[in-house]
Write a protein that binds this ligand. Structure first.
Ligand code: FE2
Ligand code: FE2
Length: 353
């Protein structure tokens, strides 16, 4: 019989029987059998899936003419160009690392159909995000080899990427399994590394920088794309937090003081990586932004993320960018798309003859 969830008892389930909702578990359930979505146990996973679908967008729907004209004008300082280039450099490959981690590390071990349904949706969104950077590079006529290779050329981008890539490799190593407590702990480290740190901390100073241009009505095409990405990432983060907290509940023996200490250390280290990245993006300070403000902001964000996974906050910093929360509220509004026609299931696309 194939591997089954045991729901507290050691009796494997008879796969010919209908699924009981209480039999479902996030880890160590049926890995490759037909995954039965019905009945749902983790309503939050399904909700996040529906929210992700409701947010559908394509980068190529965003007009780029104004950005192209502005980029090729003399209305940018070298410092401002550097901010934009280094953000494109980080996100262009960072998005694909998240997609890789879902496909190569997370999906195999999250053996629950509704959570997998969400992961498939998220993986598609990460592909859309990578597509966005291809589209921006193409529209602005940038050197794509420079942008997409920046993680090899800028130390702080390389530092952030290597930090999360090592967590993917830890789950991909031969013999890795979540059947042991140590395996569950390593898996939680991967989830915290990607959902809390990569998508919850490493993306946010980039959002601030690009959306600062957008607030000045500059590079509004890229700004709008970043708003869509931010909206998607808000759902990714919320899914990740629910996933981590529910795995904690189902595997309380894995949630040890030592693990919490290690996760705290990881987040504190990530804050330093992110501050170094802000310094590399803003060597002179542009748009009224500087390293000190980013340190406060990144610490503020890190505290919020830690609290949500049940770990005490570390810094007590306040946000120097209160407008970011307004931007996120705007991004959550359902009518965000009213400015554009986005009819994915238009009659025209369903005519086959
Ligand atoms: Fe993304
Ligand atoms: Fe994401």
């Amino acid at each position: 019989m194939s591997q089954c969830c045991t729901n507290g008892s050691e009796q494997p389930y008879d796969l010919s029987q209908r699924v009981n909702v209480e039999d479902k578990r996030l880890l160590n359930c049926r890995a490759v059998d037909v995954n039965q979505l019905w009945p749902l146990k983790y309503e939050w996973a399904w909700e996040h899936y529906l929210n992700g679908c409701a947010n559908n967008w394509m980068p190529s729907e965003v007009p780029m003419q104004k950005d192209v004209a502005l980029w090729h004008s003399d209305r940018f300082t070298e410092g401002e160009r550097l901010v934009i280039m280094r953000n494109l450099g980080f996100f262009s490959t960072g998005e694909s690392l998240v997609g890789n981690n879902i496909v190569l590390a997370i999906f195999e071990h999250v053996t629950n159909p509704e959570a997998r349904q969400y992961l498939l949706r998220q993986a598609f969104e990460e592909a859309i995000h990578t597509h966005t950077f291809h589209y921006i590079v193409e529209s602005l006529g940038l050197d794509g080899r420079e942008v997409f290779n920046m993680y090899n050329e800028v130390d702080s981008i390389k530092g952030k990427d290597e930090f999360v890539m090592s967590l993917t490799e830890a789950v991909m190593r031969p013999g890795f399994s979540t059947a042991s407590v140590e395996g569950v702990q390593d898996f939680i480290k991967n989830l915290v590394g990607f959902y809390v740190i990569m998508e919850g901390v490493f993306f946010y100073s980039g959002f601030v920088m690009i959306l600062s241009f957008h607030r000045q009505n500059r590079m509004t095409g890229i700004g709008e794309q970043f708003q869509y990405i931010l909206r998607d990432e808000t759902v990714h983060l919320n899914f990740g937090i629910d996933l981590i907290n529910t795995i904690k509940e189902e595997n309380p023996e894995a949630w040890t003081p030592e693990l919490k200490d290690e996760l705290t250390r990881m987040v504190r280290q990530a804050v330093e990586y992110e501050v170094a990245y802000a310094r590399d993006c803003l060597p002179e300070g542009v748009l009224g932004l500087n390293e000190r403000l980013f340190r406060e902001y990144v610490q503020f964000i890190a505290d919020r993320r830690l609290r949500r996974i049940g770990i005490p906050q570390q810094y007590g910093s306040r946000s120097p960018f209160p407008w970011m929360s307004e931007t996120m509220d705007l991004a959550k509004e359902k009518n965000f798309f009213e400015t554009r026609v986005t009819e994915y299931q238009s009659a025209g696309s369903l005519v086959w003859d």
